[in-house]
Each structure stands twice: as C-alpha cells, then as structure tokens.
Write a protein of this length. Structure first.
Length: 223
C-alpha cells in the first residue's frame, strides 16, 4: 500500500508542475552562489543550506496537492495518517534526488582544495560529506514542512511565514543539525579536512521522524 501511495503522490507532484518553482529557485541559488573553482566544501555547504527551505516548500506542495474530494478518497482507502506520510515521503525523496544531483555537480565544478587553496581536499570524500549534508537538509526541511502545513497549520497566512521562519531557525540556531553540518563543512574547508557528519545526520533523522509522526497523528485525528 505504501509503495502504491508513493507512486500516486509522485505522479500528482509531477503532473501538477508545482515542483517547478522550488526546483528553479534552487537552480538559481546554485547558479548565483556556486562558481567553478571555488573551494568544494564551502560550495557544498552553500548548496546544502539552500536545499532546506526548498525541501520544506516541496513538503508543503505535496501535502496540499490533492483536491479535498480526492484526499478524502485516499484517506478512506489507506487511512489519513498513511496518506499524509506518503505525501511527506514523496517530498523527502524528491528533495534527496535534487540534493544528490546538486552535490555531484558542485563536486565536479569546484576546486578540490581548502578555502585558501593551499591544501588539497579529496574530491570523493568531499562529495560524500556533501551528500550527507544534503540528507540532513532534506530531513530537516521535511520536518519543517510537516510542522508548518496541514493539518497543524491550515491557513496559508500563518503556515507560509511559519515555514520561512522555521527554515531560517533550522539553519542558524545553535544545536540544530543543519547548522552543525554546515559549520563542519566550512571549518573543514578552512582546515583542509573532510568532515563526516554522521552525528548531525542521526539527529536530523530523529527530528524528522518526530515531526512526521506528529503531523501524521494529527492528520489521523482531525481528518
């Protein structure tokens, strides 16, 4: 059932073309902020930071994609909580694919060196660290989208500002897995060492799981 729901939500997302706006915005962010020859770890940190609000936007799109009548049919067939989970998983998977493509492109065009360009940085491990950073951003972005969209916040006048504020706080608040992984990448770029942000990834996974569980539980109770 979950696989069928994922296929259904993915088809909805692709057909709606609402994914174009966040994806194009992300591409513009990368085109402006990432240039060939820049230090690879710094560029990966920038790309990972930009992915977090984009993922939150995708999550909001996925959970509001269905018309109310279609949402009611899906909820009746699979359960409202499971249907909501499929929408959030679709957003996470879409963001993960986008982040993986960005990490690969950034790793190829960037300079495999430290910030001062005096110390060589292994391109392969740097790309792997970038992929982990992208996963952290995708997980936290999904958490932000889950907590600032229906059924927890239904009004766009409240949910959109809340989404933007939560995404910003996730990037700048001390203790946030996103800030931790971005700090590790930029510090590694200064030192010429490649970090392995496994701790931040585990924290992001726990945060996302809790946020998604809360949203799906609320969906099951209210819809």
């Amino acid at each position: 059932m979950t696989a069928a729901l994922l296929r259904y939500q993915t088809a909805l997302l692709l057909r709606s073309q609402r994914w174009l706006a966040p994806v194009v915005l992300y591409a513009v962010f990368l085109a402006v902020g990432v240039q060939g020859g820049q230090p690879v770890l710094d560029s990966l940190a920038y790309a990972a930071a930009a992915l977090l609000p984009v993922t939150a936007w995708l999550a909001r799109i996925c959970v509001t994609n269905e018309p109310p009548a279609a949402r009611g049919c899906t909820a009746a067939a699979a359960g409202p909580g499971r249907a909501h989970l499929a929408a959030l998983l679709t957003a996470f998977l879409a963001a993960s694919v986008l982040g993986a493509a960005a990490a690969a492109a950034v790793a190829v065009i960037s300079d495999a060196a430290s910030t001062d360009h005096h110390t060589a940085v292994a391109r392969g491990p740097a790309a792997a660290a970038g992929l982990l950073a992208m996963l952290v951003s995708a997980l936290l972005g999904t958490a932000v989208g889950a907590l600032t969209s229906r059924p927890l916040l239904r009004s766009p006048g409240r949910s959109v500002p809340a989404l933007l504020l939560a995404a910003l706080l996730a990037l700048v608040t001390t203790g946030s897995p996103a800030k931790a992984v971005l700090t590790d990448l930029t510090r590694g770029s200064r030192d010429g060492t490649v970090p392995l942000p496994v701790g931040a990834l585990a924290a992001a996974l726990a945060t996302a799981a809790a946020a998604v569980a809360l949203a799906c539980g609320a969906c099951a109770r209210r819809e």
